[in-house]
Design a protein around this ligand. Sequence first.
Ligand code: ZZB
Length: 258
Amino acid sequence: QEYTAVKMEVLNWSPAAKAVVGEKAGGRTVFMVAATLRPETMYGQTNCFVGTSIKYGIFAANDKEAYLCTLRAARNMAFQGSTTPRGHVQQLAEVDGAKLIGTKIKPPFAVTPEVYVLPMDNVLPTKGTGVVTSVPSDSPDDFQTLADLRKKPEFYGIDPSWAAIDPIPVISTPTYGDMIAPATIKQFKIQSQKDTKQLAEAKEIAYKEGFYNGTMLVGEFKGESVQDAKPKVREAMIQAQLAFAYAEPEGLVISRSA
Ligand code: ZZB
């Protein structure tokens, strides 16, 4: 699976994260790195999700930059040559997901200049980087999680202002209008992020509709089809050094037919 790893610069640690990270990054700029299959939706980022019981690390990328992700992802990045020296993992600090909540970061290419790190129940530690950038206009999981957080901020231990940015229209489709995620949430009568089965169906539809029938509403490729814009946005982000290619090891496993 070939993802785009998106670099979200840490602007302001939460107090709990600051207490454990301290000066351990050695003056490097720290980026939370999110793996996405939808680089063309990055204009609509409104927050970032982590799992509260997942362990994250801060890993040196080079002398100037460090990446926050799972150890598993850092190993993959090292072997894919995204960090130097190739194949070498240098962990600078470890931080629990719960402590990252409330950290302020800069989402690359987004309409919104600053967003917050929030908790999501369904973040898998074994997929991507364990960091998920949130696009509630186009991802049903993100839309529903944001709705849950807004409904019960004290239950989730967040300040309501961290979840205050509304979904931003990024892609238009003839059937679902300017925001596919809320339309599919209604269609499948989804009530909470615990409705994982219906969310998986909504995601499938949102992927297909966006890819085959979507037109860009914002950004440099406004008016172009999603199919045309997707590789162009990805390339522009890589050129700007705000993203890099990231592959999951499953892709390296030799497959055997049954
Ligand atoms: C931004 C985005 C915008 C995403 C969108 C999707 C959509 P898949 O399809 O199952 O392979 N993701 C990445 N890592 C994790 C993780 N560790 N745990 C849970 N979710 C994760 O999943 C790939 C997508 O799942 C990624 O692409 C990421 O969310 C999320 F408009 O990034 B995406 C219709 C989906 N739309």
